[in-house]
Design a protein around this ligand. Structure first.
Ligand code: SF4
Length: 421
């Protein structure tokens, strides 16, 4: 039995990995422990952009005093970098994190393990970060090859997990008290393209399980939604599905979108979002934009700002372009960093104004909130309304994990304030 410390970074899919790794370690009789007491340290890495990559490198150096296991996206996408940083560490490719218990057992015998290409299996055990939320990774990888994306180097081509396994996991988790289901992956829209299943049929089978719970459909590439717009629109019609649409546009310029190898135009993107807004006026639209992509002109950037305004983005994550090792875009002539920093600042300011404008529309409305977290202050609760907007209000702790009715009293940038009714 080993004492193991696990630390994770990145997207919901990576979070699902971390929960699965912890579950697998406990099942094998290992003990999860604080860093100070641990013999082994596991870091579940993310390399979505350069700033995160530098943070990973720093953390790997800091943890190298322990028997180290490096998992997540970095080992597969940047093996050479990782080996030079931590020559004695054991490496788990993104698929292989579920074999963490084997890795620890072999390290206990003095081996340095490298598991890069094991076939992904749907995790049997999970140790949830939040006991009310079941994060289900429904597939690995995707069907696109965006020019800037390092995740593709780690996760590769699409591998969907069987709907039956996912639905059984959801059913079991509801029986053990979960109330919120996250369907997570690099791109939910392409789920089942490799197995003859579809996201709409998966959501249908999950929602047909009896019980009062909600389902969050995670990030989807716009091209995948556009290709199957009728099915996607219908999928959100189920009362259990949060009216939440996360579709990263990345740029508003058709020239830059084509350079990025994103398979849609600005016009197609805007019209797709507006179809959702027409059918679900309460829908909460999230997107992502990259500023400073190589070759981006002032006009291209203006077009990105125009798209954000055209869809009235409820939230947009702005990131400055960073050339990730091994990607096509890293070989292009880079923009002046001052220029891209300034564009990122302008875009962020616009996004905050749009978020506040959108959130202000909810003031005075009644909402049914699912409470999943305690707030920072005493007697403060946090949860999500029907549109997956964060709502904060005062209430008794007994409401944790329950649905309750509130009236929205105030709008903020990161959440709505409310009172119980
Ligand atoms: S869709 Fe594009 S950005 Fe998303 S994981 Fe795939 S290659 Fe990367």
């Amino acid at each position: 039995m080993a004492r193991v410390y696990v630390e994770g970074y990145g997207c919901s899919a990576n979070m699902a990995h971390e929960e699965a790794m912890k579950g697998a370690l406990i099942k094998r009789g290992h003990e999860l422990s604080s860093l100070g007491n641990a013999e082994y340290a596991v870091i579940n890495t993310c390399i979505v952009k350069a700033a995160t990559e530098s943070q990973m490198k720093k953390r790997i150096r800091e943890l190298s005093g322990k028997k180290l296991i490096i998992a997540g996206c970095m080992p597969k996408a940047q093996e050479g970098v990782v080996r030079s940083l931590a020559p004695n560490a054991s490496l788990l490719g993104s698929f292989s994190s579920f074999f963490i218990a084997d890795a620890v057992s072999r390290m206990e015998k003095g081996e340095c393990v490298s598991l890069m290409d094991r076939q992904a299996v749907y995790p049997e055990e999970k140790l949830r970060t939040n006991k009310f939320i079941n994060v289900c990774e429904i597939s690995h990888g995707c069907v696109d090859s965006c020019s800037y994306c390092a995740t593709k180097l780690a996760k590769g081509h699409l591998k969907s997990f069987p709907s039956l396994k996912i639905t059984k996991d959801v059913n079991d988790s509801l029986k053990s008290g979960c109330k919120e289901i996250w369907l997570a992956s690099q791109d939910n829209a392409c789920f089942g393209q490799d197995s003859g299943e579809s996201l709409a049929s998966l959501v249908d089978s999950v929602c047909s399980i009896n019980g009062d719970f909600r389902v969050r459909v995670g990030m989807m590439t716009p091209s995948g939604v556009i290709k199957n717009i009728d099915g996607m629109l219908e999928m959100f019609n189920n009362k259990k599905v949060y009216k939440f649409l996360h579709v990263p546009v990345q740029s508003g310029s058709n020239r830059i979108l084509s350079e990025m190898k994103r398979m849609y135009t600005r016009e197609e993107f805007v019209s797709m979002v507006m179809e959702f807004r027409k059918k679900y006026p309460e829908i909460n639209v999230w997107t992502d934009v990259i500023t400073g992509y190589p070759g981006e002109t002032d006009e291209d950037f203006e077009e990105t700002l125009d798209v954000l305004k055209a869809i009235s983005a409820d939230y947009a994550h702005v990131s400055r372009f960073s050339p990730m090792k091994g990607t096509l875009a890293s070989r292009l002539v880079q923009l002046d960093s001052g220029e891209s920093r300034e564009r990122s600042r302008i875009a962020t300011r616009l996004c905050e104004a749009l978020t506040f404008e959108q959130n202000s529309k909810s003031v005075g409305e009644k909402s049914r909130v699912l409470v999943t977290e305690r707030g920072r202050e005493e007697n403060q609760l946090m949860g999500k309304n029907e549109s997956y907007k964060q709502v904060v209000f005062e209430g008794p702790q007994e409401l944790m994990g329950a649905f309750c009715n509130v009236r929205i009293t105030e709008a903020g940038l990161s959440h709505l304030k409310a009172e119980l009714i």
